[in-house]
Design a protein around this ligand. Sequence first.
Ligand SMILES: O=C(O)CCC(=O)C(=O)O
Ligand SMILES: [Fe+2]
Length: 286
Amino acid sequence: MAATVTLDAIVDTSRYPLAEPGAPGWRAAVAAARADLAADGCTVLREFIRPELHALLAEQGERMAPHAYYCTERVNAYNIPLDSELPEDHPGRIVFERGNAFVPRDRIPADALIHRLYTDELFQRFLADCFDRDRLHEFADPLAGLVLNVVSPGQSHPWHFDTNEFTVSMLTATPDAGGVFEYCPGIRSPQAENLPDVHAVLSGSGEHLIRRLVLRPGDLQLFQGRFSLHRVSPVAGAAARHTAIFAYSDRPGVIGTVERTRQLFGRVLPDHLAAADAVRGDRLLD
Ligand SMILES: O=C(O)CCC(=O)C(=O)O
Ligand SMILES: [Fe+2]
């Protein structure tokens, strides 16, 4: 059904004229996004998806959600090994439980609205312009390129920095309570980790550094998560929180490591093994 839906029918093109690169409306939308990103590393393109498709967006998410891979992981904000040698008071020593689960790309139907958007060249071109890049590349990774992030009641996606410099996401289902996206704009930079402030946030005394976003289904969020510490607060009530995460890179051919893929999705595919072989030249244990 959705495969026949045109981009114009999915996106509110009166506000976000994706089919008219460089036209005044396009330039205005890009300028607004760039200004927000420069100011605090985040912008929300409100009602990006037409309201009449919000029910379909939620319904498609509900159908995928049972395919999410659950495995509670003990993590720190830097996603580095918990036995890394760090000074006593380093924020990387603070450990959280990551209880969110991902539906991988190969469980997302090609005609789902989020898949339709992820692969759309005009969508990609618009995003690239917002991030001031020449172009963006879809991940070559058959699982991690597009995922649905499911945070179930009682779970959270704890404080962390992303590995990617930028992230594009869209809420598709709202929880009854909690599940708020919280972030600390530019708390670190390529030059400075700013460990004292990161420590304050992780240990609960950094309230003054935290901003909260009210997101509605169909809003598109562009975020520079490598420099802004962020989390999804614990979800309460009966309903899960769902977000589509669209992963792009400056480089073509990005594919996850075997270890990380197994952690996130509970399995690996031949593409992951082939990529590892290409790097290592063999498949020995060490
Ligand atoms: O689900 C969200 O809104 C945030 C997800 C996130 O931070 C991530 O996957 O790195
Ligand atoms: Fe993140």
